[in-house]
Design a protein around this ligand. Structure first.
Ligand code: AQP
Length: 334
């Protein structure tokens, strides 16, 4: 067995992933691959907490897998799999739900935000989804979960549930730590820099999709909401400019403050047009490679099948342990 620490993370195929998912999650995973033992999941079961069109969900799942590999997640180094292929995630989730308080779930900001949008037809999975996320993580004895800022609260719940189970029964789950990147942890909407960039945003100009063409990216960046200060500063008073500086600094590998210095005495027009170019060129290789993988469905099938097999081996051992501890009779094969 490897003595490397374990990483688990996932993205929902709930649409076409954005620059936020890329900078806040995916691009960091790639950097962690050699140092850790990694499980990278496509969390399709999370995606159905909001209504999905089946054809689109299928397409988005395979596209997300293609984007994982195109971004540099290497199937030889990381276990890449689709959540619904490993049933232990849902099985453990049921056990953990029996130990989760309604009040805890009601306090989750993401639930509050999404339920506010959902009107009266809310489904119960939207409410319990953080427990499924805890199962995803705890099944693999995860040490570290690389996520954007928005997921910190959910991770806190995973830690609480792990501790609760360990206290009630005996030491079973490892208590996972959150890992948030220094830059890119919270990429904001281009149209409203007070809210995070989201793939389900109704306003397409608010987000950049990883599959957007260079022309579309350039148009969206040029339309990005800024302010009337007129000077390129890295400041909380100028959230639109700050967001673009943060995004570009991640691609350029310089600090956002240093990047701002390049634009002293220059206007927003020049800054935005450079920013558009930096983002378009930064995403181009991922888009082109992802398109190639999408044309090789046999290869994708091989990756997700091998991934599910490896993941299930680990997950089934943990689930058996849990079932035994809570008093379920072990199943005997005859
Ligand atoms: N704007 C963001 N900035 C930084 N990181 C982000 N992440 C998402 N948005 C940003 C990170 O991406 C990973 C996967 O997220 P997810 O798809 O599982 O769910 P999400 O956080 O709900 O992402 P979206 O795009 O907002 O999806 P929808 O619109 O479907 O709800 C996580 O690590 C997350 O932190």
């Amino acid at each position: 067995m490897s003595d490397k620490k374990i990483i688990f993370s996932g993205i929902q195929p709930s649409g076409k992933i954005t620059l936020g998912n890329y900078l806040g999650a995916l691009s960091n995973w790639v950097e962690l691959q050699d140092e850790y033992q990694n499980y990278y999941c496509i969390v399709d079961m999370h995606a159905i907490t909001v209504p999905q069109i089946p054809k689109d969900l299928r397409e988005n799942t395979l596209l997300l897998l293609s984007q994982y590999i195109a971004s540099g997640i290497d199937p030889n180094k990381s276990t890449i799999f689709i959540q619904s292929h490993v049933p232990q995630h849902v099985e453990l989730s049921w056990v953990l739900q029996s130990m989760t308080y309604m009040g805890e779930l009601g306090r989750m900001t993401q639930y509050k935000d999404k339920s506010a949008k959902g009107g009266e037809n809310l489904n119960s999975a939207l409410f319990t989804y953080p427990v499924l996320m805890a199962s995803d993580i705890l099944l693999y004895s995860t040490d570290l979960v690389p996520v954007g800022e928005d997921q910190k609260q959910h991770l806190e719940l995973s830690r609480d549930l792990a501790q609760r189970f360990n206290n009630r029964y005996s030491d079973t789950f490892k208590i996972p730590e959150v890992y948030t990147p220094k830059v890119g942890a919270r990429v904001m909407s281009l149209q409203d820099p007070s809210k995070k960039m989201s793939k389900s945003d109704e306003n397409e100009n608010g987000y950049i999709s990883l599959m957007d063409s260079n022309d579309v990216i350039i148009k969206k960046v040029k339309r990005a909401v800024t302010d009337s200060v007129g000077i390129v500063n890295y400041s909380d008073e100028q959230p639109g400019i700050k967001n673009l500086l943060d995004i570009c600094s991640k691609f350029e590998k310089v600090s956002p403050q240093d990047l701002a210095l390049r634009y002293q005495g220059k206007g927003y027009g020049e800054f935005k047009s450079d920013a558009a170019e930096i983002i378009a060129q930064g995403l181009r290789p991922v888009r082109e490679k992802a398109n190639e993988y999408m044309n090789d469905k046999a290869y994708l099938e091989e990756i997700y099948s091998q991934g599910a097999q490896k993941a299930e081996e680990v997950a089934s051992k943990m689930l058996s342990k849990v079932y035994k501890k809570i008093g379920f009779i072990p199943k005997k094969r005859i």
